[in-house]
Design a protein around this ligand. Structure first.
Ligand code: AMP
Ligand code: GLY
Length: 425
């Protein structure tokens, strides 16, 4: 079977790496891909927003399955377009993708489905948001309702910072129209976890748990990013908690989407805060998480293509998934300055040496080829991922590989997986 994977990040390199091992794969195309995905299949220089060209390419190359990685083309309805053209596509419809693309919609769905989340209000006028925030004396969280590449959330311990954040989002439009509406939430306390599940419209299969590291600095300090590292499994997620999250969050959401007339299929990602009062939803994503996918897929032993097809065909109840018992840790190497401005075009050294380490995969994200060199081309550059016998071992091995790789201004957090190491030791 020929497969077309859409996207160019670390998540897509991980998906491509795993699909390339599938027994039913004939040819894998990745559009536009990156130098990492080029090692798993053939990169095709078509942007993820160029629907007409993607469809034309798929028709001409006998593509039988399209896999849409990122949220923007999902929210724009790319899956619907493939399906209308008679090509199977993995991911939710444009309408179902609103669960991520419109945080006000997600809040509303959670409310109507009795899913626990932070108390919140939605505003489309800055003056109203400001008055509400000013009336509070507890910490607030300000969220641009639309898509903002993981950077649209401001956790403000002081309400006056919340007013400034709302002004930047709603008046200065730092995220463009994604900030036309904001959600103002109570701040939740606890430890975070990412719960990713395959959903085929009806059946739910919860993958192994993971934890992201959203903030730029060690010890969870500084502004939010797309994610600076992840590990799987997350010890904070016990078996009992998985059952509770499935029963109280995933099932009601999948049912709610069916009731809405927007059935959900694809990966449903629940960002969870494990509070003293139980799990609460921070956000939903409608796709594989980045960088969570890198450690999760390194641990998946089953054939990913088979799973994706079972989701598309509504047959998730007919397959079982096998996982490597060993934990995996992914450390993101970023360009200095990220998540603000950063320079590009820096030559990356040490990639081939690091790649030779056993059970280590260096997933590419913001990289490109330049005259035979691999150079930096984005904020998050690489996701260096290792399996280990224990989470501490996986961490040591990931950093060993990180330390073999260099580029001008390279930055990474040094504490990825520390919470898990402390929990299990
Ligand atoms: P989101 O994109 O909505 O998941 O938010 C990004 C990050 O902001 C989350 O991973 C949390 O670290 C933080 N965050 C979001 N909402 C809240 C909240 N209500 N309380 C505390 N932290 C939050
Ligand atoms: N790692 C968070 C995300 O994929 O949005």
């Amino acid at each position: 079977m020929n497969v077309l994977l859409i996207g160019s990040g670390g998540r897509e390199h991980a998906i491509a790496w795993k699909l390339a091992q599938s027994k039913d794969l004939t040819k894998l195309y990745i559009s536009p891909g990156n130098p990492g995905t080029a090692q798993c299949g053939e990169n095709v220089p078509i942007g993820s927003d160029d629907t007409a060209e993607l469809l034309e390419f798929a028709r001409q190359n006998q593509v039988e399955l399209a896999v849409v990685g990122p949220e923007d083309p999902l929210a724009a309805g790319l899956v619907d377009k493939f399906e209308s053209a008679g090509i199977k596509a993995f991911g939710p419809s444009g309408k179902a993708a609103q669960l991520e693309a419109d945080k006000a919609f997600a809040k509303q769905l959670m409310r109507s489905s009795s899913v626990s989340t932070a108390e919140g209000r939605t505003f489309d006028r800055y003056a109203d948001a400001k008055a509400y925030i000013a009336s509070r004396d507890e910490p607030v969280v300000i969220k641009a309702a639309g898509l903002a590449k993981g950077k649209g959330v401001f956790v403000c311990d002081d309400p006056s910072d919340g007013i400034l954040a709302a002004e930047k989002v709603m008046c200065d439009k730092i995220f463009g129209p994604a900030g036309n509406v904001v959600v103002v939430e109570d701040k939740l306390l606890g430890e975070e976890a990412s719960i990713l599940a395959f959903v085929d419209g009806r059946n739910i299969y919860v993958m192994e748990s993971s934890q992201d590291h959203k903030q730029i600095g060690d010890g969870d300090t500084g502004p939010n990013t797309g994610g600076m590292g992840a590990y799987s499994p997350a010890p904070v997620v016990t078996e009992g908690l998985i059952k509770q999250i499935t029963r109280e969050i995933l099932v009601p959401v999948v049912d709610g989407m069916n009731r809405n007339g927007t059935p959900y299929k694809g990966v449903l990602y629940a960002g969870i805060m494990v509070t003293a009062g139980g799990p609460r939803v921070l956000e939903f994503n409608v796709r594989f998480g980045d960088p969570e996918t890198q450690p999760i897929l390194m641990r998946l032993k089953s054939d990913l293509l088979e799973v994706l097809l079972a989701v598309c065909d509504g047959k998730l109840d007919q397959i079982t998934l096998e996982w490597d018992h060993r934990p995996a840790v992914c450390v993101v190497m970023a360009s200095g300055g990220y998540p603000d401005d950063y320079q590009k075009g820096k030559k990356i050294t040490g990639l081939s040496e690091a790649t030779q380490l056993e059970d280590v995969i260096v997933f590419h994200a913001g990289t490109k080829e330049d005259n035979g060199d691999i150079v930096t081309a984005g904020g998050r550059v690489l996701g260096v991922t290792a399996l280990g016998q224990t989470i501490a071992d996986a961490k040591t091995r990931a950093y060993e590989a990180v330390d073999m790789i260099g580029f001008d201004g390279a930055y990474c957090r040094r504490d990825i997986a520390d919470k898990a190491v402390k929990t299990v030791s």
